[in-house]
Design a protein. Sequence first.
Length: 106
Amino acid sequence: MGFIIKNDGFVCEFCHEPNPPAKATCRDHCRKCLIGKHVDGDLPGDRESNCYGKMEAIAVLPGTKKTDYVLLYHCDKCGLERKNRAAPDDNLEAILKVAAERIFRV
């Protein structure tokens, strides 16, 4: 079994930005602040995790054929790290800020 499609809109509990369903992918993080919540277990979209920690983008990785950017997320509660494609309407300034912070931390 693979990716489970869950593409619901939501209001970010961290910055309160309304996030409509994504057009080109499944949305699991805020398009404005890039923060998500650890709700998935082993498979993207399964909603099987009961951690519910704050998932923050900690690095920007090279893109794929489907996206210009891939974000590396870290859960502040359990430490899980997971990659996620950036959505076309994600805040580019926020993505670049994460990339710049990572460069200067090294």
